[in-house]
Design a protein around this ligand. Structure first.
Ligand SMILES: [Zn+2]
Length: 386
């Protein structure tokens, strides 16, 4: 079925129409029109947002208010989450499904979600997220990471579960602070990369370890990526350490990350150093922004809107020029798509016909104001207004 959308503005302000067929963009440009076209009323059109890092299985979206929790150590947060989620009786896929409905309405149609894998829950969260994926397959592309939230080597039995999760169809092997949590950086990285190579999947490592210890692990991840031939399939999430090291070392590390196609994800937190997105992007590193937890036991903050996450990224760095704001939008669109390996992304003939039409005065206005008036097209089909 062919669908046409007219009276749109692209990111450069050009008036365009888009024709879609078979879930792809067939044509786009100033002359594309059709008698039965949807009138975009001058809306800005962007490729649909991509959420490269969220924890859908943890969200308490739609549950009663869960007050935030403050602790000194990562371990305390992990234990607190176990208490909260153990007490919650709503199936994870129900909680996550409510959040997906919001994310879709905001204009996100592709998501990478981490899924907790640990001895106390076994593979139950993986099974729940697979049910979620099946239910939502026509509306949102979901890919998963097997995430050892409680540690990989320090919790006996977790490596077997991660392996089983990958064999069930999870696309990416996760890691968590190889030094800070497991206390055995080479042991964790060896397992993660060996399994990824064996199964032909990617790697995504949460790295909160700071300063030199963190930066050393980034270098080790680069070593393992190079040795295992997994260039282009590795992401490091958070990597606060890259905002804490001297410029010369950052430049050396940035070059390696760019050469090896290792991408970075930041949630742009305001309370700690973060990777310098502008400098790293200029070095050719793929840097994207992600929500991380959304209304869960870690924090009640977050709403699933990638336009807001891009705004927070701009805010974090005090970006204000049009070029800056476009870079922020890029972190939630093209860079995020590249980071998670999404094929045929972007507004071009042959590209996936997933886009969002936003009532606004251009990309800067969209970012700063985050308008509620958005219409979303998925595989060429206009979704009902939210
Ligand atoms: Zn995370």
């Amino acid at each position: 079925m062919t669908t046409t959308f007219t009276n749109l503005r692209d990111i450069d302000g050009n008036a365009i129409g888009i024709r879609c067929a078979g879930g792809r963009i067939e044509a786009l440009g100033p002359d594309v029109t059709a008698p039965d076209a949807f009138d975009g009323a001058g809306r800005l059109v962007l490729p649909a947002f991509v959420e490269p890092h969220v924890h859908l299985d943890k969200t308490l979206w739609g549950e009663g208010w869960q007050p935030g929790y403050r602790a000194g150590k990562l371990r305390d947060y992990i234990e607190n989450e176990r208490r909260v989620l153990t007490a919650n009786t709503t199936p994870p896929e129900d909680r996550a499904g409510r959040l997906l409905a919001r994310m879709l309405a905001y204009g996100t149609t592709a998501i990478r979600s981490h899924i907790d894998v640990a001895p106390d829950m076994g593979l139950t969260h993986v099974e729940a997220m697979f049910r979620l994926r099946e239910t939502w397959a026509d509306r949102i592309d979901l890919q998963f990471v097997a995430f050892p939230q409680q540690g990989l080597l320090c919790r006996p039995g977790t490596t077997d579960l991660v392996r089983a999760a990958i064999e069930m169809g999870v696309e990416t092997v996760g890691g968590l602070d190889p030094a800070g949590i497991d206390g055995d950086p080479d042991g964790q990285l060896r397992f993660v990369f060996d399994l990824a190579v064996e199964k032909g999947v990617g790697v995504d490592i949460h790295l909160h370890d700071k300063g030199d210890l963190g930066a050393w692990q980034v270098e080790r991840i680069a070593d393992y990526t190079e040795a295992s031939g997994l260039a282009g399939r590795v992401m490091i999430s958070h990597a606060y350490c890259l905002g804490m090291i001297p410029e010369a070392r950052l430049a050396r590390i940035g070059r390696r990350l760019a050469d090896l196609g290792i991408s970075l994800m930041t949630s742009a937190p305001a309370d700690t150093a973060v990777p310098p997105v502008e400098a790293l992007t200029a070095m050719g590193v793929t840097v994207c922004c992600g929500s991380d937890g959304i209304r869960d036991a870690w924090s009640p903050l977050g709403n699933g809107d990638m336009l807001e996450r891009a705004f927070l990224t701009a805010y974090r760095f005090d970006w204000n020029t049009d070029e800056d704001l476009r870079r922020a939008l890029g972190c939630a669109t093209h860079q995020a798509a590249r980071a998670i390996g999404l094929a045929d992304y972007g507004l071009h003939p042959g590209g996936r016909a997933d886009f969002v039409m936003i009532a606004c005065d251009g990309p800067g206005d969209a970012l700063c104001r985050r308008p509620a008036d958005r219409r979303v097209v998925r595989r060429g089909q206009l979704l009902p207004a939210a």
